[in-house]
Design a protein around this ligand. Structure first.
Ligand SMILES: Nc1ncnc2c1ncn2[C@@H]1O[C@H](COP(=O)(O)OP(=O)(O)OP(=O)(O)O)[C@@H](O)[C@H]1O
Ligand SMILES: [Mg+2]
Length: 245
C-alpha cells in the first residue's frame, strides 16, 4: 500500500515562497490501476518525483508497504520495488538498449528474445532497436517507449508512469494501451499512471484529480470520469465566465 500523508513541497525564489504540493494526502491500495490527471502545473510530476525520491518534500510522509521512505535515496526505494518513468526521460550515451533492459530486469543473461519482447510491448520493432545506443540519435517518442520498456522489465511492486502517451504516435499508442490493459488484468503491481488520455483514464480502477497542489477528487473511475468529461472538476479561478470576450 502507498500512503502519502500531508505531503508538501515549498520552493523559494526571488518572488517569495510558493507551495507546489499543499498537505497532499493520498492512499493507494495494492494492485490498483490508478490514473492521476489534472491541469498542467497542478503538481502531478512533483508528486511522482517525491514518491521516487528525485524531489525531496518539505513536509509530510510517504509510506510504502508500511515503511517510511520519505527520506530514502532513490536506489533504496528502487530496491523496495518503486519505479518511475520520467515525463522527459534522460539519455545515456554509450549504453545500449539491451544493456538498459538487462539492468532493469536484473537478469544479466537476458536473452535476445526476452529483451525483444519488452520492446514489442511498447510498439517498437525490436530487432531495429535492441542494439541502438540510448543517446541523442533516438527520437523523443523512441526514447520514451524504451524507458517504458525498462520499467516493464523491472516488474516492480509500484510502477509510476509520467504521461506515457507523450510524443508517441497513434499506432504505438494503441500497442501501449494494450500493454497497460494487460497489466491491469494481471494485477501483479500497483500502477500509478499520470495521463491526460481518455483511453488510458478509461482503464483506471480509480482516478485521482490533482489541481493546485492538492487532491481535488479521488474515487472510482465510474464516479470521477463522467465529471471530468463534463469538465466540472477543473476550472480556473483566474479566468471566470465573462473574462473572455
Ligand atoms: N523546483 C521547482 N521550483 C519552482 N517551481 C517548481 C519546481 N518544481 C515544480 N515547479 C512548479 O510547480 C508546478 C507543478 O509542476 P509539475 O511539474 O508537478 O506539474 P504537472 O501537474 O506535472 O504538470 P504537467 O501536466 O504540465 O506535466 C508548476 O507550476 C511548476 O512550474
Ligand atoms: Mg507533469
Amino acid at each position: 500500500m502507498l500512503e502519502i500523508k500531508n505531503l508538501s513541497f515549498r520552493v523559494e525564489d526571488e518572488n517569495g515562497e510558493t507551495d507546489i504540493l499543499k498537505n497532499l494526502s493520498l492512499t493507494i491500495a495494492d494492485h490498483k490501476f490508478v490514473v492521476i490527471t489534472g491541469p498542467n502545473g497542478g503538481g502531478k510530476t512533483t508528486l511522482a518525483k517525491a514518491v521516487m525520491g528525485i524531489t525531496a518534500p518539505t513536509g509530510g510522509t510517504i509510506l510504502w508497504n508500511g515503511t517510511d521512505i520519505t527520506h530514502m535515496p532513490v536506489t533504496e526505494r528502487a530496491r523496495l520495488g518503486v519505479s518511475y518513468g520520467f515525463q522527459q526521460p534522460p539519455r545515456f550515451k554509450g549504453i545500449k538498449v539491451r544493456d538498459l533492459l538487462e539492468l532493469a530486469s536484473g537478469n544479466e543473461a537476458l536473452s535476445h528474445e526476452e529483451g525483444c519482447q519488452y520492446l514489442t510491448r511498447v510498439g517498437l520493432c525490436a530487432n531495429d532497436y535492441i542494439d541502438r545506443e540510448v543517446d541523442a540519435s533516438l527520437s523523443g517518442g523512441e526514447l520514451k517507449r524504451i524507458e517504458i520498456a525498462t520499467i516493464l522489465a523491472r516488474k516492480t511492486g509500484l510502477m509510476i508512469f509520467d504521461e506515457p502517451e507523450a510524443g508517441i504516435d497513434l499506432w504505438s499508442f494503441a500497442k501501449l494501451t494494450d500493454t497497460f490493459r494487460r497489466l491491469q488484468e494481471n494485477r501483479r503491481s500497483t500502477l500509478l499512471i499520470i495521463s491526460h488520455q481518455e483511453r488510458i483514464i478509461d482503464l483506471a480502477d480509480e482516478i485521482v484529480m490533482i489541481s493546485d497542489g492538492s487532491v481535488a477528487q479521488h474515487g472510482p473511475k465510474d464516479e470521477i470520469f463522467p465529471k471530468i468529461l463534463a469538465n466540472t472538476v477543473t476550472g480556473c479561478t483566474y479566468m471566470r465566465e465573462g473574462d473572455v470576450q
